[in-house]
Design a protein around this ligand. Structure first.
Ligand code: KG4
Ligand code: ZN
Length: 334
């Protein structure tokens, strides 16, 4: 088989990223410009600033990626790009760059859904084994997806309100940690114990999640302790929050696996970098004889390698776009 090289472009939020992946499984090179330091000053991503930064960085990351790979754009088989969901202005920058490369160099344009990208980050570790359950945990999503083949996505359940990453970031803010709070809360909780009593969210028989009540419980607890003149132990609060949030994710995931008689689990999205979640899922999978795949940290948060990996399987299925392809701020997984 002739090797297939996909150049992927990702710009849905605050990372401008370009990557080249061989045959959907091997990362050749990645170049990413992150905007964390800029948005940190505002406590969250400012969409207009994000778009402008993408404009500054997009050609730089594409050129840098090709240079790192020691490849010419003519060696590339197809261009894959995130078309949604995400911040519309940010998406447009990557999409226009991808369309331009596709048009000038006469390469197929492959549309990739951002969450499909997160799921396919796992194929950079090992080939996906079907049927599988994908637990998607990011800043905008908390979903349980059943897959019986490539690009066949059946949503079993999802969050009824806040996404888990959003909840981590908000709780981190209440505790006084800078943006993005998720990883910092994860670190801080290692110095604490789960001494505060918090409810396990939506502890029912469905495959759905709910995190807004848990977020409010943390805010109220913090507020009540302040009113009593007590100082909250931030590390203990972080550990208490993580304990119940992770319990909810793991118990619903286990239920989805056992009910559907599936023994392959993959984890996707930025919160897959969470140390407590990784450990709890790993223990649950060992106990239930389930094969677990979690991408390495660098492929958990937004990156273009995952888009190029998904792009390879989309290309094999003939999923090509024309130049009417538009960016979508919200769009179902397909
Ligand atoms: O997938 P991602 O990079 O962007 C979206 O598509 O949303 O996920 C970003 C989210 C943020 O909410 C961030 O705080 C969270 O992932 N995150 C973490 C950790 N690392 C990133 N949350 C908890 N623990 C972590 N170690
Ligand atoms: Zn993402």
């Amino acid at each position: 088989m002739q090797d297939i090289y996909i150049l992927g472009i990702e710009s849905s939020c605050d990372e401008t990223s370009c990557s080249i992946v061989k045959n959907g499984t091997t990362e050749i090179a990645t170049s990413t410009a992150t905007q964390i330091a800029i948005h940190e000053n505002f406590g969250g991503v400012v969409p207009e600033i994000a778009s402008r930064e993408h404009v500054k960085n997009i050609t730089l990351v594409i050129e840098d990626c090709l240079k790192k790979a020691d490849m010419d754009i003519k060696d590339i088989t197809a261009i894959a790009v995130t078309y949604g969901p995400g911040l519309i202005g940010s998406l447009l920058v990557g999409l226009e760059a991808a369309k331009t490369l596709s048009y000038i160099y006469n390469k197929p344009l492959i549309p990739v859904h951002h969450i499909a990208g997160h799921i396919y980050a796992n194929s950079l570790v090992e080939e996906l084994k079907f049927p599988l359950i994908a637990l998607v945990v990011s800043g905008g999503h908390t979903d349980l997806i059943k897959m019986t083949d490539h690009f066949s996505f059946e949503k079993l359940g999802g969050t009824l309100d806040d996404a888990i990453g959003e909840c981590y970031d908000k709780v981190a803010r209440v505790i006084g940690l800078p943006y993005p709070g998720g990883p910092k809360l994860d670190e801080l909780s290692k110095q604490g114990n789960p001494t505060y009593k918090l409810p396990i969210p939506l502890n029912d028989d469905s495959y759905n999640f709910s995190f807004s009540g848990l977020k409010s419980a943390v805010i109220n607890l913090n507020h009540n302790e302040e009113q009593k003149g007590k100082t909250i132990n931030k590390a203990d609060l972080a550990a208490s929050f993580q304990t119940v949030a992770v319990k909810s994710l793991v118990s619903k995931t286990k239920k989805a696996l056992l009910d559907n008689n599936i023994n392959n689990l993959i984890v996707a999205g930025g919160v897959a970098a969470n140390s407590i979640l990784r450990e709890a899922l790993s223990n649950m999978c060992k106990e239930n004889n389930i094969h677990l795949s979690i991408p390495p940290m660098c492929f958990c948060t937004d990156n273009a390698a995952m888009i190029a990996a998904a792009g390879f399987y989309a290309y094999k299925l003939g999923r090509k776009a024309d130049y009417y392809l538009n960016s979508q701020s919200t769009t179902p997984l397909q």
